[in-house]
Design a protein around this ligand. Structure first.
Ligand code: HEC
Length: 161
């Protein structure tokens, strides 16, 4: 009897000591370092208010919600990766085709020679194919002007972070 109990205990301990058993629960250091910093609604509102008009009247939360439609193809993070679309961090004010060097822009985008100021972004996000005919952004567009303003403001704020 006592022998069986001891054997069972030994087996249980051996199972606990399986190599790698605990390591699985430890997040790799890279994942810890990449933890996203959280900003308060007050900090977001202050960042919006500091933008040039008309972005200074935007709604950050709505911009973040609208950006959900872009996330399948874009990130807007410092050192973020290009996906189906280029990383949008810092895109405002750059020239078409020049913002994300590692990204394979369409010839139409490379040759468009436009500056991504508010007015151009606003038109592009309304109807991408009208502004860059033959471009590769397969997105139908945002009809609501407030949604366009808010998502551009969201990109502007996130580009400062
Ligand atoms: C289905 C994928 C897809 C979706 C969804 C999408 N995009 Fe794009 N976007 C692209 C691609 C691809 C390009 C590059 C187009 C080209 O080279 O012609 C691009 C280009 C851009 C550019 C120009 C970037 C630069 O580096 O010059 C901006 C700005 C942009 N997208 C904003 C947005 C926003 C904002 C949304 C959401 C409202 C959005 N996109 C949704 C795929 C997408």
């Amino acid at each position: 009897m006592r022998f069986i109990a001891a054997a069972a205990l030994t087996l249980a301990l051996a199972a606990c000591g399986q190599p790698g058993g605990d390591a699985k629960n430890d997040a790799p250091p890279a994942a810890k370092a990449a933890a996203v910093q959280e900003y308060t609604p007050e900090q977001n509102a202050a960042a919006i208010a500091a933008l040039p008009a008309p972005l200074n009247t935007a709604n950050y939360e709505n911009g973040r919600r609208v950006f959900a439609q872009c996330r399948s193809c874009h990130v807007v993070a410092a050192n973020g990766r290009n996906g189906v679309g280029p990383n949008l961090h810092g895109v405002i004010g750059t020239t078409t085709g020049g913002h994300a060097p590692g990204f394979n822009y369409s010839p139409a985008m490379r040759n468009a020679n436009l500056t991504w100021d508010f007015a151009t972004l606003d038109r592009y996000l309304e109807r991408p194919m009208a502004v860059i005919p033959g471009g590769r952004m397969a997105f139908v567009g945002l009809r609501n002007p407030d949604d366009r303003r808010d998502v551009i403001a969201y990109i502007a704020v996130e580009s400062q972070r």
